[in-house]
Design a binder for this molecule. Sequence first.
Ligand code: ZN
Length: 434
Amino acid sequence: MFAMKVRYLFWIGVLFAVGSAYAESVHVRMARIPDGDISRLRGRLPLPAKNDAASRGVFSLIRGTLDGNSAGVKVLTDGKLPREEDSPDENFFLFGKGMLLLDLKKVTDVTRISTFSWHPQERAQQVYTVYGNDQESSDHVDEMTGWKLIARVDTRRKEGDQGGFYAVSIEREGVTLGRYRYLLFKIEPTGKGAANHTFYSEIDVVSTEDRNLQYILPGENNRTFHFASKDRAYRFTVDFTDAPELEEWSRQKLAPVVSEWYGKLVGLLPSEGFTPRREVRFRFKDDMGGTPAYAAGGEICLNHSWYVSEQKGEALGAVVHEMTHVVQDYGGGDKQAPGWLVEGIADYTRWFLYEPQTRGARFTKRNDDIHYNDSYRVTANFLDWCQRKYSRDLVRILNAASRVGEYDEAIWKRVTGKTVQELGEEWKRELPDR
Ligand SMILES: [Zn+2]
């Protein structure tokens, strides 16, 4: 008979912890933090570590399917927690059951295993069994024998709110969990249905060699500041977690332009019955390749390295372009605006309304190869010409129709008396000679 000890943690007066451990005197301790403030772990359970033995090992999924929206195994040891409670690309999660293998690279005396997860609903909960193996190495880990059960973890709550940040810690009193080269996590869904797979944020394995553990500190995973427009109608967040050196620039340069121009763009692109987003979030990211910035829903992602190099260059203009996309808010509908027009409007507001003095979309040379539908600044130039020559309402009308999925080429003719192709030819002829 194994001794089984489960220590219960009291959390804001609520008893919470369910788990079982099979190996002798193994303690499984758990905590749930509804609001995700990990400072509440202090004095109760270890905070997530950055430089533990797992971070020197290699995780691989040997059975099961990674969910397509998941970030993959790398986030389990990146020493970072997700910024918010529902952040698929900062968590590892499966589609179905699976087995996660950790190769510690050498036989290691393991003192503690900790797993951390975060989600607003049932996917916060953890259900898994962890085994260890002390074989030196194996080419066929799949067929390896000699696995020892270390603990089974099940943090599911029978009633009440299931969401939050979950921390699980597996230890043994006075002795280590054992010497292992490999750890195997048999991961189970938290319930029936497709969306019941735990959002694992970090897995720590601490060994007797880890004497100077560095921990993820509360607040470190989420460095943001908030501000509002002057009339308090709109609220903004800037997340500079991945770009701490841009904090000052964000506060001094970005915030004033955002708070002034978001509302202006809303006013420039009005339409009946339209409610603009009241909250917009800006976030610096490192994994954007060559893309300077993009907007998705109410979030604008900014390429960290591009913003470092363009602080005095194109940085703010690009933000106005992306904010235009947030304001455009073109959904579905039968008749969607063509991409060249969507980008043309965003560059029109940027180059002709926000920063006309830079003359970034003025052409000094007639070029037979350019066309009104070349998108971005070429289309912006075309739109500006149409606005000045034919109708000050053209962009507003094109935008209003696009917003409800009713874009139609006939709009050009109705507003200006000419087809878009005719306008394009005329615009080209009138571009300056040099
Ligand atoms: Zn764009």
